[in-house]
Design a protein around this ligand. Sequence first.
Ligand SMILES: Cc1cc2nc3c(=O)[nH]c(=O)nc-3n(C[C@H](O)[C@H](O)[C@H](O)COP(=O)(O)O)c2cc1C
Ligand SMILES: [Fe+2]
Ligand SMILES: [Fe+2]
Length: 397
Amino acid sequence: MNTHQISDNIHYIGVNDRTTDRFEALWPLPNGVSYNSYLVTGSEKAAIIDGVEVSHALQQIDAITDILGDRKPDYLVINHMEPDHSGAIRILRQAFPDLTIVGNAQTIAMVNGFYGVTDNTLIIKDGDTLPLGDDSSLRFILTPMVHWPETMVTYFDKEKTLFSGDAFGCFGALNGAVVDTDMATDVYFPEMIRYYSNIVGKYGQFVQRALKKLEGVDITTVCSTHGPVWRTDLPKVIDLYDRLSRYEPLDNGVTIIYGSMYGNTERMAETAAEALAEAGIKNIVVRNAAKTDLSYILADLFTHAGVVIAAPTYSDGLFPPVEAVMTAMSVRGIKNRHIALIGSHTWAPQSIKKMNAHLEACGLTPIAEPVSAKQAPSADIISKCRGLALSLAEALK
Ligand SMILES: Cc1cc2nc3c(=O)[nH]c(=O)nc-3n(C[C@H](O)[C@H](O)[C@H](O)COP(=O)(O)O)c2cc1C
Ligand SMILES: [Fe+2]
Ligand SMILES: [Fe+2]
């Protein structure tokens, strides 16, 4: 079977983007990204589910025409309105003027707001079905805030397939194959953690709500809007999204995030790393916040149970790259972590105070009294950093 034919009634009509440097102008795409779109054909009607980013519109239209020939698609079902999936709406409408746009009330309002399209739309409600012919229909399940308020998922009963929108998605373009069964999927799992922590991470409670809502639905295939179609690895993917959205660490390792201009704070961070390793912690990742992109640091934070944050005082505040990391942590409401703080200053200690304020916003408290150095860390301060790291290792056991 053609790798783009997912099943008897479903074709992949999505595209790969290996050109864009940063998703949402923020998150690095070293392996590219796919904007997945699908064509479901029933005996009477054909529905496009999810769209592509605007610059790839013609590629999607060609794919649709190749599959349908003289037949035209009847519906465009929009699970999510972020422009990476909705950008091509106007061009699709020009190619297929009779295409009915299907979405919930919030979706259809956004179709007007973004693209000025008001005609030939169909508003559906939670649980509604749309028949595609004799033996098949689409069912809509509203899953708000995974990742925008209008987000929903669509279930194709005949082939027990869920079109899940951004849920269960990941970074990484597709390399020929589309369905996980036909490829080595290892590379996509780190990209799933990064995608979740960067894009969906703030909405854990809503992902949990959506997972509960889908519990009774018989699903054998998940077609998300980014990355492979999940069939063989589906249990692993659902488990990963479940754990991430409960803020459950994936291992007992430690993320050490530090900032340092002249090496004093860095010495304390290195001391903590060595002490953790001596205490038997194997997964330790040390990140210079001024160098490693926030995207990867967020993925580390969602992975490991332990965190050390070490930062100098800078202009009476927190060293800016570390401030950015901690703001991103509090935006995502990160929970269930053991955290140790290390600071430094020369005349007025502020960094620890600012770090504590960020932790409070997440409802977290440090595992022990933070350690802070005035100017270069003394032998006593270095030994306190060791002690703090050993307490963290103890807490992680
Ligand atoms: C641009 C700049 C601004 C700073 N602002 C403050 C400050 O407001 N208060 C303070 O006590 N120390 C301040 N410091 C001093 C540093 O916090 C201190 O030297 C610390 O040891 C630097 O750690 P590092 O060697 O890891 O970069 C500042 C240093 C620099 C270079
Ligand atoms: Fe999105
Ligand atoms: Fe998306």
